[in-house]
Design a protein around this ligand. Structure first.
Ligand code: C2E
Ligand code: MG
Ligand code: MG
Length: 683
């Protein structure tokens, strides 16, 4: 008897079972085979529902936010859906083959075969697209290649849909038994195309995904391949879909779990999703622009109101960003810090940044009050500015601590963005120059309006070595702070100041004291006072000749250890100045609590008020308040005669600024004093 005959005979007896491809299923494997398909169905359905119901929750954005979900997530759902449908169709198909019957049954048998192929082909495509997403492969770069990528799928589906007339893929004979058509191998080949492509993309772009994730994808490919091979060898064991469902479960647990993460507070995609997407874009060399945005003054907001108000503001801001980012995707990176990723480098990121900054011209409604807030934004382009993720991380680390000496909202200048990106290179260079002591201290005259002469100077750090010559200390001081190098730098500056004060030549000038800058990071070091004292005693300098300038950065004066150190300095006889007064951090209460000899009004205040109508009154009332506290006023940043007159009439005590002189070398400073002395004498 022919095999065919055997089949028909067995089939008509109703005892044997056949798989969807019409192959005879051995009795003892029948339940076994179907069980795999049923398991595949249940497993993929479970994963599908879990993703949709449990994990989708993470994607439900706050009201008004249109959140873009990663393509990857949809492709994953598509894969699960294809497995679920293919397996249930297959189970139904196998069930139908056990029945004998009329034309209607033949129709349904045909129908389920076709349905199976439709979804099984979709599964291959979804797999290919999923790997494309995960590895960040940019298939859209080339329009023709992009269309070619979908061509095998289109051909395969067209073949199945037209099979009814052509019988090229498969057909049912008069006994309603399934037969493969001439083009069946092509159909398998077209589906295999995506598996092969996925594999190629995976190998090529493996570095775009983290180690754990690449292991997960690797395991996924291996399990699915084993399933396909087993089924090819033993067509009675319908294990392929089950293996694929199992592989999806692995992916769901490892990759999808993380990729779906969304910042719970703002509803935006989180930092993890950001790094994942950026790494992929870097790996695929797709150009992009990041608009980094940081809301300023969050800590003051918390102090003024409470944590909840800060959250309220951040949620509103996040919503605003999400609604206005156009083609960009907004991510919540750190509290108060957002990144908007644009996959193009056209005009829109720049326009978006300006729009965000101008939004801060008007206040934000927090609870029942309108609060003025400020923001800073920076544009980072790839590949122009950054080439790898490390550079971006360096930038983000510096960006968090970056502040321009300016009130209000601003766009960070490109020059500063570039410096922040190179901050690690700066760190290395800084380490070298500090070790080699290639540091210098310049002195900027401080003029007394009462005595009509220079009575003091501010000591300012200079590094006359590339690349520091070209940038302001405002940029490398934060790097020195972050790396701890500031401590040694501070000791160097302190020693130079002592040397200067101890020099006979200085003693012959009217200089009574020198001001030097101390950063909070120096105060946090318990040795500070002792180390300073050792140096001071060595040079025999009177503590009263040294004035320490402190900046009220980020609530520094709230820290007990900082206050304790300040107290010790005062007890010894040092005097203190509050630097950069008015830059958004200063707090009147603290100003009163720490006995400041001088309050240095920040240059930006003068520059802003000088232009405004009524600016004079504001400066006057600020001055009288400071005087009431018993402090003297030093006005920084006086550049013009006009500013000089304004400051004088407002009651300032001292003036520091380019109007008199820029910071000078020690020699330059002596010459300056000589010249000044000569003018006073000749007057
Ligand atoms: P700061 O303490 O507020 O110093 C005043 C800054 O304003 C100096 O900038 C000075 O050159 C500049 N300046 C003064 N008058 C004018 C003016 O009329 N016009 C303009 N455009 N600028 C004026 P510099 O030297 O670049 O220092 C920047 C900041 O770096 C300082 O701000 C200070 O915070 C920090 N810094 C400098 N040296 C040291 C140091 O030795 N230790 C620490 N911890 N910080 C330092
Ligand atoms: Mg200063
Ligand atoms: Mg200052």
């Amino acid at each position: 008897m022919t095999i065919f005959g055997k089949l028909t005979q067995k089939r008509s007896s109703g005892m044997s079972r056949f798989d969807i491809n019409g192959n005879l299923l051995r009795e003892h494997t029948y339940m076994y085979a179907i069980s795999f398909e049923i398991a595949a169905f249940l497993l993929s359905l479970f994963c599908f529902l879990y993703c949709l119901i449990a994990k989708r929750k993470q994607y439900i954005p706050p009201k008004g936010v249109s959140n873009r979900v990663n393509d990857q997530h949809f492709q994953f759902l598509m894969m699960l859906l294809s497995i679920a449908v293919s397996s249930i169709v297959s189970v139904t198909g196998v069930f139908l083959t056990t029945l004998t019957g009329d034309a209607v049954l033949t129709f349904w048998k045909y129908f389920f075969h076709a349905l199976y192929f439709i979804f099984h082909t979709t599964l291959s495509l979804a797999f290919g697209l999923y790997i494309v997403s995960v590895t960040g492969t940019d298939i859209k770069k080339n329009k023709i290649l992009y269309l070619l990528f979908f061509l095998p799928y289109t051909i395969a589906e067209a073949l199945i849909l037209t099979n009814q007339w052509t019988n090229w893929c498969f057909f049912m004979d008069e006994n309603s038994i399934y037969h493969r058509g001439v083009l069946m191998p092509l159909l398998y080949g077209l589906a295999a195309f995506y598996i092969v492509m996925g594999f190629i993309f995976f190998i090529r772009n493996m570095k775009a995904i983290t180690r754990d994730d690449s292991i997960a994808v690797g395991v996924f490919i291996i399990i699915a391949t084993i399933g396909i091979i087993v089924q090819a060898v033993r067509s009675d064991i319908l294990v392929e879909l089950f293996a694929e469902a199992l592989a999806c479960l692995v992916i769901m647990m490892v990759l999808e779990e993380k990729a779906g993460h969304v910042d719970q507070m703002t509803g935006l995609l989180n930092r993890f999703a950001f790094s994942e997407n950026v790494r992929r874009m870097l790996a695929s060399k797709s150009p992009f622009t990041i608009v980094a945005i940081q809301a300023l003054g969050i800590s003051s907001l918390i102090k003024r109101f409470n944590e909840r108000s800060a959250d309220q503001f951040l949620l509103q801001f996040a919503t605003y960003l999400s609604l206005n980012s156009g083609e960009g995707t907004a991510y919540s990176y750190r509290r108060g810090e957002f990144l908007v990723l644009f996959k193009n480098d056209g005009k829109s990121p720049t326009d978006f940044a300006s729009k965000v900054i101008s939004r801060f011209d008007s206040p934000w409604r927090i609870g029942r009050v309108d609060v003025s807030m400020s923001v800073m934004a920076a544009l980072v382009h790839s590949p122009e500015d950054i080439r790898d993720y490390d550079e971006l991380e360096d930038f983000l680390a510096s960006f968090a601590g970056y502040r321009k000496n300016q009130e209000g909202s601003y766009l960070v200048p490109d020059k500063d963005v570039k410096t922040m990106i190179q901050s690690r290179a700066y760190e290395d260079e800084l380490q070298k120059v500090v070790k080699k002591k290639q540091l210098e201290v310049y002195f900027q005259p401080i003029y007394s309006l009462n005595e009509h002469r220079t009575v003091s100077a501010e000591a300012l750090l200079r590094i006359n070595v590339h690349p520091f010559t070209e940038v302001s200390p405002e940029l490398y001081i934060p790097i020195a702070e972050r790396t701890g190098l500031i401590y040694d730098i501070g000791l160097f500056v302190f020693e130079e100041v002592c040397k200067f004060l101890a020099a006979e030549r200085t003693k012959a000038t009217p200089i009574r004291y020198v001001e030097l800058n101390l950063s909070v990071y120096q105060f946090l070091e318990p040795r500070l006072v002792d180390d300073f004292e050792k140096i001071r005693r060595r040079y025999g300098i009177d503590a009263g000749a040294i004035n320490l300038e402190i900046t009220e950065t980020g609530g520094a004066l709230d820290k007990n250890e900082v206050l304790a150190t300040l107290k010790r300095f005062i007890e010894i006889g040092y005097t203190l100045s509050l630097d950069d007064f008015g830059t958004g951090y200063s707090n009147f209460v603290r100003m009163v609590r720490c006995q400041f000899e001088n309050i240095k009004i920040d240059k930006s205040i003068l520059w802003d008020l000088g232009e405004e109508k009524g600016g004079k009154q504001t400066l006057q009332s600020l001055a009288s308040f400071i005087k009431l506290q018993g402090s003297r006023i030093v006005q920084e940043g006086v550049e013009t005669k006009q500013q000089y007159d304004l400051v004088e009439s407002c009651g300032a005590d001292y003036i520091q600024g380019f109007y008199f002189s820029k910071p000078l070398t020690k020699e330059g400073f002596y010459d300056y004093l000589d010249r000044e002395g000569a003018t006073i004498h000749s007057a």
